[in-house]
Design a protein around this ligand. Structure first.
Ligand code: ZN
Ligand code: ZN
Length: 425
């Protein structure tokens, strides 16, 4: 089947294209990008006044399967992703069992093959059961199909093990992704340390617990001459440390998530546990530093850190509730409102950070609308406003801090591998 997308504003940062064009899809590939394409027998999608862009590559997603199918499954998460304009996700390894051996990877691959409606890539664990004690066989994980390794949810405390992991990962040509958190410093904290933690009577998490570990992870990567990717950057000091490391030529990339440029600790005043996130929502000063980092290229990537939890795990006291929030269905709209409407980024720059850059960092051939590229394409109505409602959430868990908010920027259609996997009706 061929699909012809007519008269959309085609944004393809890889080829520096931002123009009104048609795109012809033949089979699973992009066959032509030009003005006024004429074909006899294609399904025509009118994209007039809409944005046409490569599908989002979200490199930080918790699918929860295998093990916690009560929170989310590959089927529900990938359906949510398709609705959010996401055509590739990198699945984090903190499943049950953890993705720490080829057998577990194979198990998940089978589930993906059967249930996923978009592209799902797997991130292996750095250490056995993500406990930080015993380094996994990274070459074996690579052979089983992982593109990256991380103990996300935890940081590897031992310098020696982390250094060896970076060396092994580089040799195996997989990316090391760091959840940079010094647990000795963050302890039992549940919210950003500051005025609000005192006022609400909740234990605080300092910026120090993040940026000291960011500095350590970068130092070890530099020692190993290994590329390193810092996950969910949330505070001003981390942005500064990463900027300085980039200046020195250290191979560091990083991501932030929409909640760190859309929300602050001041949004938690009513003890909304959907705002309980790790790292925590910080201050206005940190939020502005994140926006600056996105603008000045220190922060390469926006990823959701989609972290579904059941109602039982969230609808309880703030201290006891799980950390994390869902984000696949809102990341584009929230980014549009906070970054494009507020003149932090242009549309091509946003697409670069949500699609092209993560594809480059993961070393995959995605994130572009080049001729012969995989036909992973989204059509966005950038001006369409809508309220995020619980009943409309496709994800199995509903723990979004944006529920009830008016957002702007609706995904009208998501095409993956040349097939329409989501269409707004
Ligand atoms: Zn993490
Ligand atoms: Zn995570």
């Amino acid at each position: 089947m061929s699909i012809l997308i007519k008269s959309g504003r085609v944004i393809d940062p890889a080829n520096k294209i931002d123009a009104v064009l048609d795109i012809l899809i033949m089979g699973d590939k992009i066959s032509q990008v030009a003005k006024n394409i004429l074909v006899a027998d294609a399904v025509v999608i009118d994209a007039k006044n809409k944005i046409v862009a490569p599908g989002i590559v979200d490199m930080h997603v918790h699918l929860r399967q295998p093990g916690r199918e009560d929170k989310e499954t590959v089927a529900t998460a990938t359906a949510a992703a398709a609705k959010g304009g996401v055509t590739t996700v990198l699945a984090m390894p903190n499943t049950q069992p953890a993705m720490d051996c080829p057998q577990s990877i194979e198990l998940l691959q089978k589930i993906i093959k059967k249930n996923a409606v978009i592209n799902v890539l797997i991130c292996g664990a750095i250490t056995q059961d993500r406990l930080g004690d015993q380094l996994n066989d990274i070459v074996a994980l690579k052979k089983a199909g992982v593109l990256a390794i991380s103990d996300d949810g935890s940081s590897v405390d031992s310098d020696a093990i982390m250094l060896q992991a970076l060396k092994d990962a580089t040799q195996a040509k997989v990316l090391t992704i760091c959840h940079s958190e010094d647990k000795k410093l963050s302890g039992k904290g549940v919210i950003n340390l500051g005025f609000n933690s005192t006022r609400l009577g909740l234990r605080g998490i300092s910026n120090e617990s993040e940026y000291k570990r960011v500095a350590r992870d970068i130092e070890l990567a530099s020692k190993a001459n290994a590329p390193v990717h810092i996950a969910h950057v949330s505070c001003q000091e981390s942005v500064g440390i990463i900027a300085a490391a980039k200046k020195k030529g250290i191979k560091v990339t990083c991501e932030t998530a929409p909640h760190y440029f859309a929300l602050t600790q001041d949004d938690i005043l009513d003890y909304d546990t959907n705002m309980k996130i790790n790292p925590p929502l910080r201050t206005k000063k940190d939020l502005l530093a994140i926006k600056d980092g996105l603008k000045n290229m220190t922060i390469d990537i926006i990823a959701s850190d989609h972290a579904p939890h059941t109602e039982n795990e969230k609808d309880i006291e703030f201290d006891r509730a799980e950390f994390g929030k869902i984000g696949l269905e809102s990341e584009l709209a929230v980014s549009n409102m906070e970054l494009i409407d507020k003149n932090v980024l242009s549309w091509p720059e946003l697409i670069e950070k949500m699609s092209l850059n993560p594809a480059k960092v993961l070393g995959i051939n995605k994130g572009t609308l080049s001729v012969n590229a995989d036909a992973d394409i989204i059509i966005i109505d950038a001006h369409k406003e809508f309220v995020l409602e619980t009943k409309k959430i496709v994800s199995k868990s509903k723990n979004s801090p944006f529920i009830g908010r008016m957002v702007k920027g609706l995904v009208e259609c998501t095409i993956f591998n040349g097939k329409i996997v989501f269409q707004n009706k």
